[in-house]
Write a protein of this length. Structure first.
Length: 325
């Protein structure tokens, strides 16, 4: 005898069928995920992205392709992300500058950090270091400040771009020390570091991951760390605070975000894949060998970090009247 299906039973069967279809759709992801990086190949963000991409892809069942979209202080990469569907086909790895500094610097910005991103996970934290080039003759922070006071605006400092952490760090340093120097922005960490090494500029603040090989090789002099404590890789290099320069500690975190509207289950899934990548022994060692500290955290942790650093550094940016048009 055929089973009798009541109206209530039919409704339940339909609901379970729809739920199964939804679960299946959530389980499937596009075959390729583009991981947008707002720096050219070889930059600090690019290094991080390439180290975690393979394990991420294996965990998600996707091919994760690193897509470098350098320029305009991250705006080009953000535009690419905004054109992605919120289905796991596109994510972006960016630093604190992109999420907390740009909204305070640009009078007209093509994205809203609170509205246009889905925050997914923190990835790594890195120290920033003040360096000087060999042709500058500068061997200490005291000497740097002495020369800057004697010849206001004569000394030059490079940055990876207007308004990012490498620029704001030097603005904070010169403000705290009461000196004036001339800013020379570049597009990317490679060209800016080269300018210091060749003597085109005198000094700069740069992530430790980028500067350390050149510092160990004697191509630049590490003057001070913009951290709360010294780092094991440069045990003789003091922090700015140790030298009596009480300024804001520059955050060096990087986080993964997606376009607005990503569903929570997908966010959790990508967050878990990033955690797996950071816990992978080979990846973890490679990151730490680059003096990048893996971070484990939630999407909410990223949102809270963005809000705090935006408030802290936004006040400094407004006081110094720093604007990017």
């Amino acid at each position: 005898m055929s089973p009798i299906i009541t109206r209530r039973g039919a409704a339940a069967l339909l609901a379970s069928t729809l739920a199964a279809g939804t679960a299946s759709a959530q389980d499937s992801l596009p075959s390729i995920m583009r991981l947008f990086v707002p720096q050219p190949p070889g930059g600090g963000t690019d290094v991080i992205a390439r180290l975690i991409a393979e394990v991420m892809g294996r965990e998600l069942g996707q091919t994760v392709v690193v897509d470098n979209r350098a320029g305009a202080n991250g705006l080009i990469a953000v535009n690419a992300l905004k054109q992605s569907r919120p289905d796991g086909s596109g994510v972006l790895l960016g630093g604190v500058s992109l999420f907390s500094f740009n909204p305070n610097l640009y009078s007209k910005l093509n994205y809203d950090a609170a509205r246009d991103f889905t925050y997914i996970a923190p990835v790594v934290d890195t120290a920033l270091v003040l360096i000087a080039g060999p042709k500058s003759g500068i061997k200490s922070v005291a000497q740097l400040i002495e020369r800057a006071k004697a010849e206001p605006e004569r000394l030059t400092f490079a940055s990876v771009g207007i308004g990012n952490s490498t620029h704001l760090s030097m603005e904070m340093l010169t403000d705290t020390a009461g000196v004036k120097m001339t800013h020379v922005p570049f597009n990317g960490s490679g060209p800016s570091l080269t300018s210091v090494m060749t003597g085109e500029t005198d000094c700069m603040v740069i992530p430790l991951v980028t500067a350390l090989p050149q510092a160990l090789a004697g191509n630049v002099t590490a003057l001070a760390l913009l951290t709360r404590e010294r780092v094991a890789s440069l045990p003789e290099v003091p922090t700015l605070k140790e030298l009596g320069l009480e300024g804001l500690v520059m955050p060096g975190w990087y986080a993964m975000v997606g376009p607005a509207g990503m569903p929570a289950p997908l966010v959790d899934r990508i967050n878990a894949a990033i955690r797996k990548a950071l816990q992978d022994p080979t990846v973890s060692k490679a990151l730490r060998d680059q003096y990048l500290e893996p971070m484990q955290g939630s999407a909410q942790f990223v949102r809270d970090s963005v809000a705090k650093d935006s408030a802290d550094w936004g006040a400094f940016i407004r006081r110094k009247n720093l604007r990017v048009e």
